[in-house]
Write a protein that binds this ligand. Structure first.
Ligand SMILES: [Fe+2]
Length: 390
């Protein structure tokens, strides 16, 4: 890549424009150099293209003024070679008397200008000035392009930071919503966060995509959001629910679905919320879906939810051990749970699940605002429930 494309042209110590004159006739080189020096240019002359290429590779020039007809590498070939290595170095070609076609061809191949012999020195000076003006304009455009690129880079970076802040605010808002719900639903403190973490672990073992992980974890966090619409008398009832009360309680899945489905980026999570009480054998609610009819997120959630319910103290039962929960979940494989999800769940041993729970509980009791602490998976990787967008 040519240096002019990647950075603005550096300034030389000598402010005079520098011209390399190439002609196999020493007399012409000398004469041109005298005229151009008188006009305020700095000049260097040589009699062959090879010499010219050596100078160009070690020194910086503003213009190369070269004869076309020279022995060895002629001016046209020199033009091609210089264009390859220094595409922004202006070349002006000097052609024989009446040799306009060669001049036109040189312009097509990238020469800035051509001059006809015998040389009119006024025309030479005019050409040099025009070429320099064009070169300066091109350099200014190049510098402006660099400036624009830097501005775009800065703006992109600022936008990225703003989006990250919005995403973080969104996570914290949803977490606060889930926590508020748990405060109302006695005995389930921390449940959503633990289930979210368990579901994410299982989903990762199953090789779920980031997008699937996103909807599964969001659905797990908000699975009981519809309980907001359940009357306190039913939601907080200490004794068993009557059949009529159970019907009302079961509406929480539809209430939750309706609540989330109107938000575009929560649509897939809403599906998990709607189906989180379906069972693999088709005996769940609200639709009695079976097998793969149940969204994967809900099948993963079912195992994660049961694990937490069994291993947590609730008003109506005492916590069991993780080993006992694993056995019970295994027994329900193919009935309440998807066997593939159960296999993924069982691939993580009871002690590890217990460590995961302690990790989540530790983050909760510390009152940490950093949700990453709550979502620290067993393999040490950070896991946020917005991992799909990271
Ligand atoms: Fe529920």
């Amino acid at each position: 890549m040519n240096e002019h494309l990647s950075s603005p042209t550096p300034k030389r110590a000598d402010p005079k424009p520098k011209i390399l004159i190439v002609d196999d006739e020493p007399g012409i080189v000398k004469l041109l150099a005298e005229i151009l020096r008188d006009a305020g240019y700095s000049c260097l002359g040589c009699q062959s293209s090879l010499e010219a290429l050596r100078f160009i590779s070690t020194q910086q020039f503003d213009i190369v003024l070269t004869d076309v007809h020279m022995p060895g590498i002629d001016g046209m070939e020199l033009l091609r070679l210089v264009r390859e290595e220094h595409p922004h170095l202006p070349m002006v070609m000097v052609t024989g008397e009446g040799d306009i076609r060669v001049g036109v061809q040189a312009m097509k191949e990238g020469a800035y200008d051509y001059l006809l012999k015998p040389l009119n020195f006024g025309a030479v000076l005019m050409s040099m000035k025009q070429v320099l003006d064009r070169k300066h304009m091109e350099e200014e455009l190049e510098n402006y392009r660099h400036l624009l690129e830097e501005m775009v880079e800065q703006r992109t970076s600022q936008l990225g930071r703003a989006l990250a802040r919005i995403e973080q605010n969104f996570e914290e808002t949803l977490q606060a919503l889930a926590t508020a719900l748990e405060l109302r639903d006695n005995g389930t403190a921390g449940h959503s966060r633990r289930v979210l973490t368990y579901a994410a672990q299982i989903a990762k073992v199953m090789g779920c995509t980031k997008e699937q992980l996103h909807s599964i974890t969001l659905g797990a966090l908000l699975h009981d959001i519809g309980k907001i619409g359940i009357p306190d008398a039913i939601l907080m009832k200490k004794n068993s629910l009557t059949p009529e009360e159970q019907i009302v309680m079961r509406t929480h899945v539809i209430r939750g679905y309706n609540l989330l489905n109107c938000v575009a980026f929560l649509e897939e999570a809403a599906e998990v919320v709607l189906t989180h009480h379906e069972r693999f054998d088709g005996t769940g609610y609200p639709q009695g879906l079976a097998g793969a009819e149940i969204p994967l997120g809900a099948r993963v959630f079912a195992v994660a939810d049961t694990l937490d319910v069994m291993t947590s103290d609730r008003p109506y039962h005492q916590a069991t051990t993780f080993a006992a929960a694993r056995e019970e979940i295994n027994r329900q494989s193919g009935k309440q749970f998807d066997p593939d999800v159960v296999s993924a769940f069982l691939s993580i041993d009871a002690a590890t699940w217990e460590d995961i729970r302690l990790g989540v509980m530790g983050a909760n009791s510390a009152g940490s605002a950093d949700m990453n602490l709550a979502f620290q998976p067993y393999n040490g990787e950070n896991l946020r429930f917005f991992g799909a967008n990271a």
